[in-house]
Design a protein around this ligand. Sequence first.
Ligand code: NAP
Length: 342
Amino acid sequence: MELRIGVIGTGAIGEDHIRRITNVVAGAKVVAVSDINVENAKRIAEEYNSVFYETGEQVIHSKEVDAVVIASWDPTHAHFVLECIKASKYVLCEKPLATSAEDCKKITEAEIACGKHLIQVGFMRRFDKGYKQIKSVIESGKIGEPLMLHCIHRNRIPGPKHTTVMSIKNSVIHEIDVIRWLLGEDYKSAQVIIPKSTRLAEEGLKDPQIILLETQSGVRIDVESFVNCQYGYDVQCEVVGEKGTVRLPDPANVRMRLKGVNSYEIYPDWSDRFIEAYDIEFMQWVNSVKQETLFGPSAWDGYVACVTADACTRAREEGSIVPIMMPKRPAFYDNEERGKRL
Ligand code: NAP
């Protein structure tokens, strides 16, 4: 039986996920869509032969919808995820799970109270081949214990409503999650350094930023966030171990020798750079929902990422090193029955 999916938010990534579910993922179809931008959502509903609903709540509670994808504006995520829990429906929520740690906590509490693992967070880098290879090298012990990570997250230009806070809570939150997953440990402290800002940023936007994290075992991480780099979407990650290093490969693109230059193209944004990771994320999510056993990033992962991002924001505002108080993980999130989470 095909999984009937409702999609809330039909902006850039919402439309991309609808195309993915329709054309790439087997065993699922989009039956309902909703967005505050009604005109666009109606166009997409017609193009993909699904039904337009006035509100996200109607999508969630529709009898025609088995599972929900949330790809709307960040501040709406927490409310829609809580509605999905009320309706007892599986939900893949784009990152961030919520815009504050308190809201993430409420979500984990509601999920625990309902007694069923329903939530997966869209941290799709865990499905990326390069990151998976880094993880297996770390776990093989070949490079010894990881000591430092040097990461870069650059966007060509930011979205129209981008803010200094969003550079971390919306963007670097990917590094916060994937590094914790790579290392298998939580963070201990955060610091943010603001270098000279680019003249190409909107007034008031601090860009670039350097985020310094320390894990509980003392691994040191630096992440450069630069949302106005102009040249393309560029994500880099290098792990320095005791005996060697491992780094994310550049995405495979043809090499061109032309007019005395040997070059390859850098992708303009996330949609092409991580297309395979999104595809695998959705294929596995659909299969795991059908088997009623989620194994992708959980609500707990979304919560921990938000706690860390909030600490980074405080560190930037206060100009200090902020200790990160990790909440104790409830046993619910260790449950063997739901399989080993990615
Ligand atoms: P976008 O193009 O601005 O689309 C967001 C859509 O949500 C817009 O159509 C927006 O309408 C709509 N929206 C706002 N409030 C709403 C509400 N109350 N109910 C229903 N819809 C509402 O942004 P995007 O790039 O697609 O991002 C959407 C989400 O995906 C964000 O949370 C973002 O963090 C996440 N994302 C994740 C990745 C990833 O790598 N995993 C990549 C990109 C985005 P208006 O345009 O009228 O405001």
